[in-house]
Design a protein around this ligand. Structure first.
Ligand SMILES: [Zn+2]
Length: 729
């Protein structure tokens, strides 16, 4: 018996001794660590800025506004709600039942109301466990950090994620600081407003208990049951592992633990505890229409199901600006729009826009033909004809834009007016050799040239080019007629005479046509528009603008202004921008009158209008992939493209771009009742020219017609007509 008793006593003593020594080790480690921590903390304290709870951020939605022609006011047409994919909702702690708050306190920080930012007991235990884990006595498992709610809030507010002793010390110091400046309720409120609650099934990140209540249960946080509150409290420890939708068992486990803790602390009654354990969780799934929807928050404006061409173009232009301004990527630019709080004011005239959209959806205006092409995998595709239209005023404001045929079915889609780079065909001619020649007094309205190709060896091995009909006549024509009937031969001669590089530089720098120096300093590009890639339709229309406004370039834009939505700051003010003089008033006037001849006597006849003085030019690219028309009326400069995105086809051989333009926009332009007029030019004279020499007609000359000439730059025909220019050499 004695021996037995002795053995038992020894066992008890040994056990006690071991417990004591382990406790001692723990205590010593904790104390040593704490001393070290405090010592280091005091050293670093002066470098640590005190943390404050930030004010709830002002809503940083961005808006797009368009002028309503009836009211004369700007209406919102698009609103970008911030935090797309991230919903962060402030909570009002006074609305929350106690058991909702206590669910979090029970399992995240049970001494929340007692400590002053850090929980010494919990921290020491965590440190001791960490020491034992490092020494190999216990498995890593779930070593909890012992972080208080205050510390977790600090971590959330600072996003200081560095894993180091330094970080832990910063966090402790900031938590203590927070506790001295804010009440427990304020800290808990902020905590429940910013903490991450995981993702909904459709990928929306939820921050704050209001977002979680709406996202998981379709209700306000005030309406949560104790079981639901425990379910949410259970998941924040690890929002993916404990997500009740993805891992219901792991969530359930901790939810039950939470309910037990709530019961043990007296936060819920035995009855509620028993009931809550059995309560079935009714989660919201995509497609459900609960009382409180996540998408209801901060969404007081309903965007159109499909964004309009104007919205698409506006966002492209915004990105162009912001990416350059902030030196960020395209994607970051879009993000900046969504979260940055901008106001975009559009230049669009809703009547013009509505007209374009209506007509672009009328398939009877466009050829029905399909064209076929083979893709890189050898598969054959049938492709329907496409189209695009742009309308600008003479200050560069986009009044209407359509990037495709038919009704728009996709938001932020490919835009044939701005994204597509197409060969301009003959629409390039006024922008290259003709305007260069007139501006530099190298040609006049009626200088005579022979319709013949460049000799073999000039632009290739054989003679080049021929005209649209595949031939050339060898006859002589005045400049206006060569342009009006869109001869290919003479522009090639002129370009060769002036020098392709000179012409290119003029067209690129003055007319601002987007040509590529790598591919487009060629006779083919500059005389007949066979460019490498080519300009966008918007850019093409923009380049015609100086012909109608006395020689000024205003960069085409759809954004009148870009403003900050929460301050008076203005980033962009396009409506006050001054135009750049790019050609003389005389050149602009003469060019417009030359383009008038295209409509009156040339390829653009079908486009002619009754009430407006239309000038314009037609164009067709190689293989009839594209047909184009650019037109100038007193009010607008516009361009319409019809063609195939991929296919080459002769389907458009008999299509009249002038007719399409007239149907899409011309008839509307004709009906507009404004007082607009083209600028007059007093230094241009309207004179008769000699049919043979092309010079200003003398008394004995056979008169060819009348044309427009710069004053003081005219040459009179001499009686012998011996000043005939013949560039065929
Ligand atoms: Zn004469």
């Amino acid at each position: 018996m004695e021996e037995k008793t002795g053995k038992a006593a020894k066992l008890i003593w040994l056990t006690l001794a071991s417990v004591f020594s382990i406790s001692l080790i723990l205590l010593v480690s904790a104390v040593v660590f704490s001393i070290a921590a405090v010592f280091q903390a005091s050293e670093k304290l002066e470098n640590i800025s005190e943390i404050t709870i930030p004010e709830p951020e002002k809503e940083k939605s961005s808006y797009i506004y368009s002028l309503n022609s009836l009211t004369g006011e700007y209406d919102i047409i698009y609103k970008a709600t911030p935090y797309t994919g991230n919903v962060c909702i402030e909570t009002d702690i006074d609305t929350l039942p106690d058991y909702v708050k206590n669910a979090f306190i029970s399992i995240e920080d049970e001494r929340f109301y007692e400590h002053e930012g850090i929980d010494i007991t919990a921290t020491s235990l965590a440190v001791a466990k960490e020491v034992l884990r490092t020494a190999g006595f216990i498995n890593s498992g779930e070593v909890r950090g012992g972080s208080t709610i205050t510390q977790q809030l600090v971590k959330n507010l600072t996003s200081d994620d560095e894993v180091s002793v330094d970080r832990k010390l910063r966090e402790i110091s900031r938590a203590v600081s927070l506790e001295t400046h804010y009440t427990k309720e304020e800290i808990l409120e902020k905590y429940l407003s910013v903490i991450y609650f995981g993702q909904t099934e459709d990928g929306c990140n939820m921050y704050g208990i209001e977002a979680a209540a709406a996202g998981y249960f379709g209700k306000r946080a005030a309406e949560l049951t104790p079981a639901e509150a425990a379910c949410l409290a259970a998941l924040i420890q690890n929002p993916s592992v404990r997500n009740p939708l993805e891992n219901p068992e792991r969530n359930r486990e901790r939810q039950l633990y939470c309910l037990r803790k709530m019961f043990e602390h007296g936060y819920i009654s035995a009855e509620t505890y028993e009931y809550s354990k059995k309560e079935k969780m009714n989660f919201v799934h995509p497609g459900d229409e609960p009382e409180t929807k996540l998408s209801d928050y901060g969404n007081d404006f309903e965007n159109p199901e499909v964004t309009s061409w104007a919205i698409d173009t506006a966002l492209q232009e915004f990105c162009d600006f912001i990416c350059d301004y902030k030196d960020i990527s395209r994607e970051e630019g879009m993000q900046e729009f969504r979260n940055g709080g901008y106001e975009l004011y559009l230049t669009i005239d809703e009547n013009v826009q509505a007209e374009l959209e209506r007509n672009m959806a009328d398939y009877t205006f466009f050829p029905e033909d399909y064209a076929y092409y083979t893709d890189e995998n050898g598969e054959e595709h049938a492709e329907q004809v496409q189209a695009a239209a742009v309308v600008l005023d003479y200050k560069g404001e986009i009044k209407g834009i359509c990037g495709g045929i038919g009704p728009k079915t996709t938001s932020f889609c490919w835009n044939n007016a701005t994204d597509a780079r197409r060969q301009p065909g003959s629409t390039i001619k006024p922008l290259t050799t003709y305007v260069y020649g007139i501006e530099n007094d190298l040609i006049t309205w009626s200088d005579i040239f022979t319709d013949s190709p460049l000799p073999a060896g000039t632009a290739g091995e054989s003679e080049w080019p021929v005209n649209y009909n595949g031939k050339y006549s060898g006859s002589k024509y005045p400049v206006w007629q060569l342009l009006a009937e869109s001869f290919n031969t003479v522009p090639a001669q002129l370009c060769n005479m002036f020098g392709p590089e000179n012409v290119f530089n003029f067209t690129h720098d003055k007319m601002k046509l987007d040509l590529n120096p790598e591919t487009d300093i060629t006779l083919a590009a500059l005389s007949i528009g066979a460019t490498g890639s080519g300009p966008s339709l918007l850019n093409l229309a923009n380049s015609y603008m100086p012909f109608g406004n006395g020689g000024y370039y205003y960069k085409a834009h759809i954004l009148k202004r870009i403003k900050d939505s929460t301050s008076s700051r203005v980033y962009v003010e396009n409506d006050t921008r001054k135009g750049e003089r790019v050609i003389s008033e005389e050149t602009a006037f003469i060019m417009r009158k030359l383009l008038r001849k295209v409509i009156l006597q040339g390829t653009g006849k079908p486009a002619n209008l009754q009430n407006r003085e239309l000038s314009g030019k037609t164009g067709t690219s190689e293989n009839y992939r594209d047909v184009l028309f650019a037109g100038l009326t007193e009010d607008y400069v516009s361009a319409v493209w019809t063609g195939y995105e991929n296919a080459s086809s002769s389907a458009l051989r008999n299509v009249s771009s002038s007719e399409i333009w007239k149907n899409v926009f011309g008839n509307y332009a004709d009906s507009v009742k404004t007082n607009a007029s083209f600028p007059e030019c007093e230094t241009v004279e309207f004179l008769s020219y000699c049919a043979e020499s092309g010079k200003i007609a003398g008394k004995k000359c056979p008169v060819g017609g009348k044309g427009f000439y710069k004053s003081g730059k005219t040459e009179k025909c001499d009686i012998n007509h011996n000043l005939v220019k013949d560039s065929t050499h």
